[in-house]
Design a binder for this molecule. Structure first.
Ligand code: HEC
Length: 152
C-alpha cells in the first residue's frame, strides 16, 4: 500500500517536472512571445504610473515604485530575445533595424536600464517627483520605438 502511494507520488512529481520543463522550453523556443509579454508588463506598469500622475488614481509612492520595479525586471534581458530567425512571425512589431543595427539597439536598451535604475532607487515622495520620473522613463519608450519598433 505504502509503496503504491510512493509510486503515485513519484509519478506525479515526474510529470510535474516534465510540464515545468516543457513550458520553460516553449518560452525559450518562443522569444517573440516572451518579448511581447515583457513589453506588455512595461506597458501595464507605465499605465499605473500615468494614472497616478494624472490624478485618476490616488498617489501611492510604494505602488509607483513597485510599478517601476516590475518594469525593470521585465526590461532586464529584453535585448537577448531577438535571435536570428525571429525577424518575422508571431505578429512581431520588431523593426529590421534591430538586426541591422544591433549595437544601436543594445545601447538604447542599456539607456532604458540606466533610467530604470535611477527611478527604482527610492519611492517618489510626491506627484511632482513621480511626474519627473515618468517623463524620464517615457522618453525612453518613444526613443527606442521610433527606430526599433514597426509602426502598424
Ligand atoms: C530598447 C527598446 C525599447 C524600449 C526602451 C521600449 N520598448 Fe516597447 N517595444 C520595443 C520593441 C522592439 C517592440 C516590438 C517587439 C515585438 O513585437 O517583437 C515593443 C513593443 C511594445 C509594446 C507592444 C507589446 C505587445 O503587445 O506585443 C508595448 C505596449 C510597449 N512596447 C510599451 C513600451 C513602453 C511603455 C516603454 C517605455 C516605458 C517601452 N515600450 C520601451 C522596444 C522598446
Amino acid at each position: 500500500m505504502e509503496s503504491r502511494i510512493l509510486t503515485l507520488i513519484t509519478v506525479s512529481l515526474l510529470s510535474l517536472s516534465a510540464i515545468v520543463a516543457t513550458s520553460f522550453a516553449l518560452a525559450q523556443d518562443n522569444p517573440i512571445q516572451l518579448r511581447q509579454e515583457k513589453m506588455k508588463v512595461v506597458g501595464k506598469s507605465i499605465g499605473t504610473v500615468s494614472k497616478m500622475v494624472k490624478g485618476e488614481t490616488p498617489f501611492d509612492g510604494q505602488l509607483a515604485l513597485a510599478a517601476f520595479s516590475d518594469m525593470q525586471s521585465a526590461a532586464r534581458g529584453y535585448d537577448e530575445l531577438f535571435p536570428k530567425g525571429t525577424e518575422t512571425g508571431g505578429n512581431t512589431e520588431a523593426a529590421p533595424a534591430i538586426w541591422s543595427d544591433r549595437s544601436g539597439f543594445e545601447a538604447k536598451h542599456n539607456e532604458f536600464l540606466v533610467v530604470l535604475d535611477t527611478v527604482t532607487e527610492t519611492a517618489p515622495a510626491d506627484t511632482v517627483a513621480l511626474r519627473t520620473s515618468l517623463g524620464q522613463v517615457g522618453r525612453q519608450c518613444s526613443s527606442c520605438h521610433e527606430t526599433y519598433r514597426l509602426k502598424k
